[in-house]
Design a protein around this ligand. Structure first.
Ligand SMILES: Cc1ncc(COP(=O)(O)O)c(C=O)c1O
Length: 352
């Protein structure tokens, strides 16, 4: 049986496991389960063509900072377009990206250019590998997922600026996917003036828990954004999404309270799984406010994924190599006794 390629695919999971799509505890994504409350949406937002609302641009500048910015229907379409928009640097200068990480980057770049991978599980190893490639003149563009999903590895802002300076000499870019940085906005490169050869991707789906709304922002120098904008075409962010995003990005009180809540809950979310995973011999590899991941033998990861699914809990396995995998757990709503009970039932069954 093939494993689901992306998290959150409840329809496919339902077909595989013969379960009603509404009857899942979906822990297979890192999307915040406490999503931003949807405000009332004016009828005009549905009826009119969705030209970009200047209020959305202002709200984005308030939340992300003053940078050249492009809104799109999620960061996914931009990930797919970047290889066609950034300079072609030839096979001697491959694009480097993490071996373990959001796989859509690798998929997009593999179609268009030669790629090399660095260690997605250790930013220390990755830094050495990236520096070595730079020394040898073998680094074209550099793709960083900060923090990485599913490993939660991070790189410091200074390091990212250093790499961007070195890449600028041959027209190389640093693409920084910050889809999961909203719990620590201070760690974002957007807190500083962006280097000309940086492209930063932000997703409104994760921290705000609004993945279905499809909204993301790209920050880069104007010519790059112009090319992306032409490729995504007009009206790429629908009117209702713009209305909801204006409210969410302007709502500093909700954002601060949510950061606090997720930080407070982080040890509780981890404690749900940690001891029992350790008993099984799995090691903790990632501890983000929105997900945690454990490394274990592939056989065990696939077994746990399947036995959880049979109990109506959807997890996300990611194969590292033929013998080792990682199992990622999203957050549960700690206030929902049904969710807790479902987890306990599975854990008791699995670990008795
Ligand atoms: C690291 C990362 N970047 C980008 C995306 C795409 O997100 P979206 O298109 O919803 O903004 C995802 C989705 O899971 C992700 O994990």
């Amino acid at each position: 049986m093939s494993l689901l390629f992306h998290g959150g695919d409840l329809q496919t999971a339902s077909i595989i496991y013969g379960r009603n799509p509404d009857d899942w505890l979906d822990l297979s994504t890192g999307i915040n389960q406490y999503s931003y409350p949807i405000p009332p949406i004016a009828a005009a937002a549905w009826q009119r063509l969705p030209y970009l609302n200047p209020q959305l641009t202002d709200a984005a500048a308030g939340y992300y900072g003053q940078h050249h910015c492009l809104a799109s229907s999620g960061s996914q379409p931009i990930i797919e377009l970047l290889p066609a928009v950034l300079p072609k640097l030839g096979s001697q200068k491959p694009t480097w990206l993490p071996d373990i990480g959001y796989q859509e980057h690798k998929k997009a770049w593999s179609n268009d250019a030669s790629i090399q991978t660095y260690d997605g599980l250790s930013s220390l190893n990755a830094t050495q590998q990236i520096n070595a490639a730079l020394e040898q003149g073998k680094l074209g563009h550099l793709i960083i997922i900060n923090p990485n999903n599913p490993t939660a590895e991070r790189f410091g802002i200074d390091q990212l600026y250093q790499w961007s300076q070195r890449l600028a000499a041959h027209n190389g870019y640093v693409v920084i996917d910050e889809a999961f940085i909203d719990t620590h906005p201070i760690a974002s490169v957007l807190t500083q003036r962006l280097a000309d050869n940086m492209v930063v991707l932000r997703s409104v789906g994760k921290f705000f828990g609004l993945a279905g709304m499809r909204l993301g922002f790209t920050f880069a120098e104007a010519p790059i954004l112009d090319q992306l904008s032409i490729k995504i075409g007009p009206w790429s962010v629908n009117g209702p999404a713009q209305m909801v995003a204006i409210a969410a990005l302007e709502d500093e009180q909700w954002q601060a309270q949510m950061r606090q809540q997720l930080t407070t809950e982080q040890p509780l979310q981890l404690a749900l799984w940690h001891k029992l995973m350790a008993d099984k011999g799995a090691t903790l590899a990632a501890n983000h406010e929105l997900f945690r991941s454990f490394v274990m033998p592939t056989e065990l990861a696939h077994h746990l994924h399947q036995s959880a699914a049979k109990n109506g809990i959807l997890l996300r396995p990611v194969d590292i190599n033929s013998s080792t995998s990682l199992l990622r757990f999203g957050n549960i709503d700690l206030n929902q006794s049904d969710a807790r009970k479902r987890c306990q039932t599975w854990l008791q069954q699995e670990f008795q």
